[in-house]
Write a protein that binds this ligand. Structure first.
Ligand SMILES: *[C@@H]1O[C@H](CO)[C@@H](O)[C@H](O)[C@H]1NC(C)=O
Ligand SMILES: [Ca+2]
Ligand SMILES: [Ca+2]
Ligand SMILES: [Ca+2]
Length: 626
């Protein structure tokens, strides 16, 4: 009887069966109305301290209406637009009613310790030349003003008048003064990617003169493409910021920072060109916690990618997206964050209802000890928004309870108000939020923050300088800890400086501000617990423990080759490859050794890399020689 009943029930996916993650709080925190949450076309969203009071605000790019600056009013539990329609307001210029704003990012470009706000406008153009320039707002003379409108910058003709999409901040030389990366959408040979920064020699900060230059050509990023998503952070470099762009009608760019502020596109070698797909939202995260940055992005009505950086020196990536995860959708912003504080990352896909409903989706990507992360779809709950014309989204903790809220913007094909969600799950989990500062005291966009835990190894975050799609996340490294305990935190600034700080139990569930180290580094005196797979070195740092050396018999006889990895180790079967080649990570193929690609071997060697055949050794080698 029961079997009959079950037979006629509609199929239910595991995602629908699980508990909903998001619940709408729009009605209480940001009810739609003309002043605070107008029904208009919105696009990108950035999180920064707009009013300089130390709390974070949300800047929303308005397309057919004003830009909004939403401030959380603690005692009212409401978000209120402080960029009011009043010419006397210090935030009036930010509204910029005339601009068709889509991309927005904030960072300190002049080293005054406060973030400027860059807004990309696309007036009357899909690609190529636009009729209205971008804006770079700086707080001075008691209000926000557009630096690109200063006489000196008008004369230098630096303002971007191209139709672009995403913008992001990059401290390309580690000076603490940021450049704005502008992913323009070229029309033929009009509108290359641009990079605008302060020209230190031509500026006179004591006189308030900030001269700007487009340095895209000298930096090597002035390429023509259909620019879409941009993300910045140490991807291939351990500390220096690299830039990844997922483009439309052309291959993606992976700009590796050469160490001198110039970049080389290595997308092809890295395997992330994806030339047939049209990229949109993108985010960086270390999903498998091996200390290497992974890239997740959505393709417009194409397969979404979860590119894990391989744990070797080849700087290659492999897409581990499951069928469900990669399922094509009209995707916009992509966010990677630990929404339920269970110490595993989630990926949120914001889809735009386009020729029919298209629900947003949420996946949890969980680390596994010896293998690729596990991907499971979660029940996104009320943030599903099947009819939502999603364009941008950010995750930030408005109310300071240590749990991320989600704000989603809508537009393009229908005017819709913003929506805000809270997370229903993981309320008893621990968390830690870390805010590193530049030497000037501004948010250290692009800095890398590593947290050591007792049980779950190391967790890495990159302070966002622009990601999602057209968006920029909060300048905070947000760590969910579940029931685990954080024992230490380490911050790496883009110039290579770093500090280690040991954590007390009282540091859990708090926000840590980490200042730029002024003096010679102080070695912590107390002992920190580094957690499984890590050991304390003489400098008081948690470093990877080489299990293969420490435990010579760590691996079983059928998989005798021990390979040390960051925080762990792997065992694989013995393979034999021809000279110049070595077994791939999983031992299933032979690939060229990276050393031979340095230029000493002839090009002819490379073409054989795919044709190499390995041999299974018929005998087990004598112990001691492995
Ligand atoms: C506009 O702002 C100024 C300064 O904040 C304030 O004094 C004035 O009352 C405001 N005007 C209106 C109409 O709200
Ligand atoms: Ca503020
Ligand atoms: Ca999680
Ligand atoms: Ca919160």
């Amino acid at each position: 009887m029961l079997a009959w009943v079950l037979l006629f029930l509609p199929p239910v996916s595991s995602a629908q069966r699980s508990e909903p993650v998001f619940s709408s709080i729009t009605k209480s925190i940001l009810p739609p109305n003309y002043e605070n949450n107008p029904t208009q076309l919105n696009y990108g969203v950035a999180v920064t301290d707009v009013d300089g009071d130390g709390d974070l605000e949300v800047f929303v790019a308005g397309y057919n209406g004003p830009n909004l600056v939403l401030k959380y009013i603690q005692d009212q539990k409401r978000l209120v637009n402080i960029a009011v329609d009043n010419r006397s307001s210090p935030f009036y210029a930010l509204r910029d009613r005339q601009g068709n704003a889509i991309g927005v990012t904030a960072c300190d470009i002049d080293g005054d310790g406060r973030e400027e706000i860059y807004v990309l406008n696309t007036n009357n153009a899909f690609s190529g030349r636009a009729t209205y320039s971008d804006k770079l707002f700086k707080f001075r003379n008691g209000r926000f003003e557009d630096l690109l409108n200063d006489d000196i910058n008008e004369h230098r003709d630096v303002a971007n008048r191209m139709a672009g999409r995403s913008v992001a901040c990059v401290d390309r030389k580690g000076t603490g003064r940021y450049a704005i990366y502008i992913a323009n959408y070229a029309s033929g040979n009009v509108g290359p990617h641009a990079l605008i920064e302060m020209d230190e020699l031509a500026s006179d900060l004591s006189q308030g003169v900030i001269a700007l230059s487009n340095v895209a050509e000298e930096a090597g990023v002035n390429k023509f493409t259909g620019g879409r998503g941009v993300v910045v952070g140490p991807i291939l470099n351990q500390i220096l910021p690299d830039v990844f762009c997922d483009n439309e009608y052309g291959p993606n760019f992976l700009f590796r920072n050469n160490g001198d502020g110039t970049f080389t596109d290595v997308a092809q070698q890295a395997g992330v060109e994806d030339p047939m797909q049209h990229g949109r939202g993108v985010a960086l995260a270390d999903f498998n916690r091996d200390g290497r940055t992974d890239i997740v992005y959505g393709n417009w009505n194409g397969p979404h990618r979860l590119f894990m950086q391989l744990n070797n020196r080849r700087q290659k990536f492999k897409d581990i997206a499951s069928q469900k995860f990669s399922m094509p959708s009209p995707v916009r912003t992509v966010i990677a964050a630990d929404f339920d504080n269970d110490n595993e990352l989630e990926v949120f896909f914001n889809n735009i209802a386009y020729r029919g409903p298209s629900a947003n989706r949420l996946f949890r990507v969980s680390r596994r000890e010896h293998g690729d992360p596990q991907i499971e779809e979660l029940n996104v709950g009320e943030a599903s928004e099947p009819e939502g014309r999603g364009t941008g989204a950010v995750a930030t903790d408005f109310d300071g309870d240590g749990r991320l809220e989600l704000l989603v913007s809508h537009g393009e094909s229908a005017a819709q108000p913003l929506s805000v969600y809270k997370v229903l799950q993981g309320t008893s989990n621990s968390w830690l939020r870390v805010i590193p500062r530049t030497k000037f005291g501004a948010f250290a966009r692009g800095a890398k923050v590593v947290v050591y835990t007792k049980k779950s190894g190391t967790h890495t975050r990159i302070i966002d300088g622009g990601s999602g799609y057209l968006c920029e996340m909060e300048p905070v490294a947000h760590f969910g800890l579940g029931k685990d305990v954080a024992t230490g935190v380490e911050v790496y600034w883009p110039d290579g400086r770093s500090v280690v700080r040991l954590l007390e139990p009282s540091d859990l569930n708090s926000v840590l501000e980490i200042q730029y180290p002024r003096d010679v580094e102080v070695t912590p005196t107390a002992q920190t617990e580094c957690g499984h797979g890590f050991a304390l070195n003489e400098k008081g740092r948690c470093t990877d423990e080489d299990e293969c050396t420490r435990y010579p018999f760590a691996c079983p006889l059928d998989r005798p080759v021990c390979v040390n990895t960051y925080g762990s180790y792997r065992c694989r079967a013995k393979r034999r490859c021809n000279q110049g080649f070595e077994p791939s990570d999983d031992g299933s193929a032979c690939v060229g050794q990276v050393a031979y690609f340095g230029g000493t071997r002839s090009f002819a060697d490379r073409k054989w890399s795919g044709l190499c055949f390995w041999l299974l050794l018929p005998h087990v080698l004598r112990p001691g020689l492995l």
